[in-house]
Write a protein that binds this ligand. Structure first.
Ligand code: DON
Length: 568
């Protein structure tokens, strides 16, 4: 009798638990969460991440599920065909960074985008099969999961497989973008692709990606091998052969994500943990913070002319150093310690006249003895904190919005055009106007320099902020501003993300400003001091989480996109 009764109780209890875990109800959209938060560029991806956390997955489990979900719902940057970087901090305060950046195929050559006269061939590094580096995203997720994940890998793939198979309703912004890129997609993919449609896309259209669902099933079943070997790998190589691509089966099979020592440094009583080379993000961010640390910018005020001048003069110098000294550390000796050095950055700023613009043509990269010196003539980010306090900051990209525009036929995803992030010729700017030289020249199997800056900030040894953004060259300065908005200007996560932004990158010599950034009288004062103000559209799409004093999580999902925060 007792046995029977127990059985009667246990079965429904078991079913109830199963039901509860399969259909978590408690996740919701908000600006502050009690325990856990996921901020991404798409509401569906944020919800999926929060549901994984609610089921008991940790921040890495959620990141894996979000990353694959973004590959389905956010094809302009979420991806299988690209790469990225992540910074992870456990609730015990240990941290690590993972480099899953694309690498040059082994047949790449330093002059591969130049004509016989050694001039760059228009668009070759951008819109063709040849523009792609060997993708790193799937290897990155598999590596992160095997080291830190707790849930079954195949479970984490399930939501994205369903989404790709059954489709999801596109947003108004997505319909507009899909239509905007139709001409390029049709030209590069004459035999069609899920994203190609004869009638214009409209908000609410169901976007079904059957081939992508099949690729995700293979990844769910075989892990990274489901991408780098077998059918998916063969489809990628076939696509290469349709055009001028050079990625081989060997390139795919030999791809590895690499754990790297984070860039760590202090800014006042905060500790900054960010991405080392081959991203320039962490080095540049820390150098920027060190440059402004002794200056009273909080009393000067948010976007006052003194604050803007100080930030711009630091940016100008640090981007000049970036162009000279930064590249893949496995191929080029990068003077990281010299660049991320408080004395060096503070002393340099002391020499700067903060009342007048220094013309960029007078600013040269710093000479560090022993280091090479020669005068060189749509990404997406998400931030997650789980209920235990583990945090992940992950930025991923296929470079341009919708990457190279080349869709891998049969496998259902877009390939990156990350090769353009190399310096294809010294003195020739990349698509973001960034310059580079030997440090970032193309070499077989080398990783192209990035500006991606996934970052975690500690305050008094506790988790304080998780932040990052897309935006090409503006990534570093957007993260810089968002951190200062919180630490110096007392903004909440939401305010810090919404605040208007500006950017300077040494060359071209101008301050790019969003419409509402820097008020008109300050702009006039800056003009007077020799600064060239250049209005432009939105800068970045920052996703931030800030831990309040009471331990609750403030979130900032950038209103410049469809971005959303879910949690509980
Ligand atoms: O790695 C980089 O720095 C660039 N490929 C990032 C591109 C990017 O942020 C595009 N998004 N707006």
């Amino acid at each position: 009798m007792i046995k029977k009764l127990t059985a009667i109780w246990i079965i429904p209890l078991f079913l109830w638990i199963q039901c509860g875990t399969d259909n978590p109800k408690e996740v919701y959209e908000a600006e502050v969460f009690e325990q856990a938060a996921v901020v991404t560029a798409h509401p569906i991806a944020s919800k999926i991440g929060a549901e994984i956390l609610e089921k008991g997955g940790n921040a890495v489990d959620a990141a894996v599920a979000v990353k694959f979900a973004l590959a389905v719902v956010y094809p302009n940057a979420g991806n299988l065909g690209g790469g990225g970087f992540l910074v992870y901090r456990t609730h015990q305060g240990e941290y690590n960074t993972l480099d899953f950046r694309e690498k040059a195929p082994h047949r790449a050559d330093k002059d591969m985008y130049l004509d016989d006269q050694k001039n760059p061939i228009e668009d070759l590094s951008l819109y063709s099969e040849l523009a792609s580096g060997v993708p790193g995203s799937v290897a990155g997720m598999a590596e992160a999961h095997s080291k830190y994940g707790t849930m079954e890998w195949s479970e984490l793939l399930k939501p994205s497989i369903e989404l790709a198979k059954n489709g999801f309703k596109i947003t108004k912004r997505q319909a507009k973008e899909f239509n905007h890129y139709q001409k390029r997609f049709k030209k590069l993919n004459p035999s069609g692709a899920a994203i190609i449609k004869d009638d214009p896309w409209v908000e609410g259209d169901l976007f079904i990606q059957t081939e992508l669902a099949e690729t995700l099933v293979r990844i769910g079943e075989f892990g990274a091998d489901g991408f780098y070997k077998g059918e998916t790998a063969e489809l990628i190589v076939q696509q290469m052969q349709q055009g001028n691509g050079i990625i081989t089966l060997e390139d795919l099979e030999s791809y590895e994500a690499i754990w790297r020592e984070p860039i760590v440094g202090d800014y006042k009583n905060y500790k900054i943990i960010s991405m080392p080379p081959p991203s320039s993000g962490g080095v540049a961010l820390l150098a920027l913070l060190q440059s402004v640390e002794p200056l009273p910018i909080s009393s000067w005020g948010f976007q006052s002319d003194s604050t803007v001048r100080a930030m711009v003069e630091a940016e100008r110098r640090i981007y000049a150093d970036r162009a000279m000294h930064l590249g893949d550390p496995d191929f080029f000796d990068v003077p990281v310690e010299q660049l991320v050095n408080k004395n060096f950055n503070m002393e340099r700023m002391k020499q700067v006249d903060l009342t007048q613009a220094t013309p960029s043509k007078e600013v040269r990269a710093t000479y560090f003895p022993g280091y090479y010196y020669e005068e060189p003539e749509e990404t997406t980010h998400f931030s997650i904190v789980d209920a235990a306090g583990n945090a992940i900051s992950l930025t991923t990209t296929i470079n341009d919005s919708y990457g190279s525009g080349v869709w891998v036929k049969g496998a259902g995803f877009l390939l990156n055009n990350e090769m353009d992030d190399f310096s294809i010729k010294p003195g020739t700017p990349n698509m973001y106007g960034l310059l580079g030289g030997v440090a970032n020249a193309i070499e077989p199997n080398k990783r192209m320099l990035s500006a991606m800056t996934p970052t975690i900030v500690e305050k008094d040894n506790e988790l304080f902020m998780v932040v990052g953004t897309p935006g090409g060259s503006t990534i570093i300065t957007s993260v810089f501003q968002t951190i200062l908005n919180v630490t110096e200007f007392g903004m909440t996560a939401k305010e810090s993300v919404e605040a208007p932004r500006f950017h300077h990158q040494w060359k071209p010599d101008r301050i790019d400003v969003e419409e509402s950034a820097i008020d008109s009288s300050t702009r006039a004062a800056l003009n007077q001091a020799g600064y060239n103000i250049h209005p432009r559209g939105a800068i970045g799409r920052v996703e931030a989480i800030v831990v309040q004093k009471d331990g609750k999580l403030q979130v900032g999902a950038d209103p410049r996109g469809d971005d959303a925060a879910y949690g509980f």
